[in-house]
Ligand binder design. Structure first.
Ligand code: F0G
Length: 347
């Protein structure tokens, strides 16, 4: 079952909305085995969004945006993307026979994300400049031509993405104390906050989490309080200098009593390895940013030991192996028999 079927009564869909799904959502909330214990946190969970059909959380919002676009008669979809949105949009367009056009910052997105968009049959334009410039161009085109804008400024994207908050509450029985997630274009933090608030209004949770957003130090406009002209970070998914949902992010932060802070690339990569090494969860660099921030906040005594904490792992590590492989030992090249193997491995 996809998110539209699972959460129909909370979504802007009706009898005229076409049925679309790739069985997205219903991702596992994995309890930490080792990191929580090491940090002294008793209730640490990872919401493993990399298990969505195209490998990131984007599928939740995209399925609703695509269904609504089809309902309104649109057959051409367009987005700007650091990679995951384009992969997701291309997949749902392929499934529904629509035309997909994606604009990505040239040379700035992970190869595997690009391969997804191409394999799903999208027309891919690599535009010189960064994501913010690509989004400006896409907004302009979709304003002037009969093409549906599928970035998270499309409110249906936010509607679909809020289902992740519902799933967390449904599984825990209540909202957590802290929700950690990466912040790029800021649609996802906006969506989670909307989801938690709607569930509270519906009597499904008695409380709301503190929303804790992580940006990368070289791409931290919300933390700095002003746009970043040349955003830089190893976490290409969140290499964004002027988030479209800026207000949504600051409202979520301020209304929830949370925080948005920046972590360095070194912290991101070391959190990514630690997550993979000690939990068996391989997430892409952007997804490791909130874990890096959790490490820092725990060190500073800012997270209570008995707090229920959820870290959202937004995308699969398989999306961007190049970033990860720079930080692990390469395979041992060997030409030999079992004895040499045993010797080299010190068995
Ligand atoms: N994590 C991953 C893996 C992402 O791909 C993104 C955004 C984010 C976090 C940040 O989410 O933008 O809602 O604050 N990726 C977009 C894209 C920008 O084009 O795929 P956000």
């Amino acid at each position: 079952m996809g998110v539209i079927a699972r959460y129909r009564e909370h979504l802007p869909v009706g009898p005229a909305t076409p049925e679309v799904d790739l069985n997205e959502g219903s991702t596992p909330l994995v309890p930490s085995r080792n990191i929580g214990r090491a940090l002294g946190l008793r209730h640490l969970y990872f919401k493993y969004e990399g298990l969505n059909p195209t490998g990131s959380f984007k599928d939740r919002g995209m399925v609703v945006a695509v269904a609504k676009a089809l309902e309104s008669g649109s057959r051409v979809f367009m987005c700007a993307s650091t990679g995951n949105t384009s992969a997701s949009m291309a997949a749902y367009a392929a499934r529904t026979g629509a035309r997909a056009i994606v604009v990505v910052p040239s040379g700035e997105i992970a190869l595997n994300k690009l391969s997804q968009a191409l394999m799903y049959g999208a027309k891919v334009v690599a535009l010189k400049g960064n994501f913010d410039a690509a989004l400006d161009a896409v907004r302009d085109v979709t304003n002037h031509y009969p093409v549906a804008l599928m970035n998270s400024i499309n409110p249906h994207r936010i509607e679909g993405q809020k289902t992740a908050a519902f799933e967390i509450v449904d599984e825990l029985g209540d909202a957590p104390d802290y929700l950690f997630l990466p912040v790029g274009n800021a649609g996802n933090i906006t969506a989670y906050w909307k989801g938690f608030k709607e569930y509270q209004a519906a009597g499904r949770t008695t409380r709301l989490p503190r929303m804790v957003g992580a940006q990368a130090e070289g791409a931290a406009p919300i933390v700095n309080g002003s746009p970043v002209l040349n955003p830089r970070t190893v976490a290409s998914a969140i290499r964004i200098g002027n988030p479209a949902s800026w207000e949504g992010a600051t409202s979520a932060r301020d209304e929830s009593g949370g925080t948005i802070a920046a972590v360095t690339d070194t912290e991101i990569l070391s959190a990514q390895i630690r997550l993979a090494n000690s939990e068996g969860l391989f997430a892409e660099p952007a997804s490791a940013a909130p874990l890096a921030l959790l490490f820092r906040l725990v060190r500073d005594g800012k997270v209570e030991k008995d707090a229920i904490t959820v870290v959202v792992l937004t995308g699969s590590g398989l999306k961007d192996p190049d970033a990860a492989l720079k930080n692990v030992e390469p395979p041992i090249e060997l030409d030999g028999d079992a004895r040499t193997l045993a010797k080299v491995l010190k068995l």
